[in-house]
Design a protein. Structure first.
Length: 281
């Protein structure tokens, strides 16, 4: 369903974030991306929807080659690749319902989106999704009044409003307490199974990856060095993925986040007041 061949990302200063990554994700499969900070995990999923432009390689979603699409063609293709951001990427001044409905911005016209007018079918579907993710009755609450777990659930509902074939999930549990993290991963796994969705989940929590995903992909310095079922990355293999360090110990200095050489992720999609052009369009 998703086929990545020879994916390489090299920045102008010579930093190579990804090196010749080749992997295929099947329909309905949940794949966890694990590895140390700076391994290229976020860069990989952002190359798939071209928030980061690959330097070399090809990416196919079914029969569609994403790397060769024009801007207009990519806008349509992104409808089927929903992104769930670590920082949630919600518009704080908007309500929960308005944030969820923004998942349909790739399908409605400019005037409708500007006026925030959506078909009744979309509104009904948004209410159903809010029920699914455990946010019944919160549709009129502003996003900035929600807890971290609630904000993540809004992001999940918004992504599903796109009616995607593929979920790209960037650190869904990084800012959550352990109980809420398990709840979010349970929700993601259940929704993907229910809808037959494939997902690539960038995650640092190895036990959660083992428990909730079908497959583990281990990145080290931009290279794919492990690909197998969740039970295979044992305590003997994990130090290889994490550079020989004791992967069980907390990282006192996590260093730069995956992405550009200075550790940024290309900016918060809401920083300009509109995440639409980056996430949906």
């Amino acid at each position: 369903m998703l086929t990545i061949k020879g994916l390489t990302k090299r920045y102008p200063d010579g930093f190579q974030a990804l090196s010749d990554v080749t992997v295929t994700i099947e329909d309905g499969q949940l794949a966890a991306l694990i590895g140390p900070s700076g391994a290229g995990k976020s860069t990989l999923i952002r190359c798939v929807n071209r928030l980061v432009e690959p330097t070399e390689g090809t990416i196919h979603l079914d029969d569609l080659e994403l790397t060769s699409l024009s801007r207009g063609e990519l806008r349509k293709a992104r409808r089927k690749m929903a992104m769930i951001f670590q920082s949630y990427a919600l518009v704080d001044r908007l309500t929960v319902m308005e944030n969820v409905l923004s998942g349909r911005l790739g399908y409605v016209g400019f005037f409708q989106s500007w006026m925030r007018r959506f078909p009744q079918d979309d509104i009904d579907a948004a209410f159903e999704l809010l029920d699914k993710v455990g946010l019944t009755g919160l549709h009129d609450r502003r996003a900035d009044a929600l807890s971290g777990g609630q904000r993540q659930r809004v992001g999940i509902a918004r992504a599903l409003m796109q009616d995607p074939k593929l979920l790209l999930v960037d650190e869904p549990t990084a800012s959550l307490d352990p109980r809420t993290a398990r709840q979010v991963m349970t929700l993601l796994a259940e929704l993907c199974q229910e809808r037959g969705l494939a997902a690539i989940i960038n995650i640092h929590d190895v036990p959660l990856a083992r428990q909730f995903t079908d497959r583990i992909l281990g990145l080290q310095a931009g290279k794919l060095i492990f690909d197998g079922p969740p039970a295979e990355p044992t305590d003997d293999i994990l130090p290889e993925i994490y550079g020989g360090e004791d992967w069980n110990q907390p990282d006192d200095d996590p260093g730069p986040t995956d992405g550009t050489p200075d550790g940024s992720l290309g900016g918060d999609p809401t920083a300009s007041g509109s995440f639409v052009s980056q996430e949906i369009l």
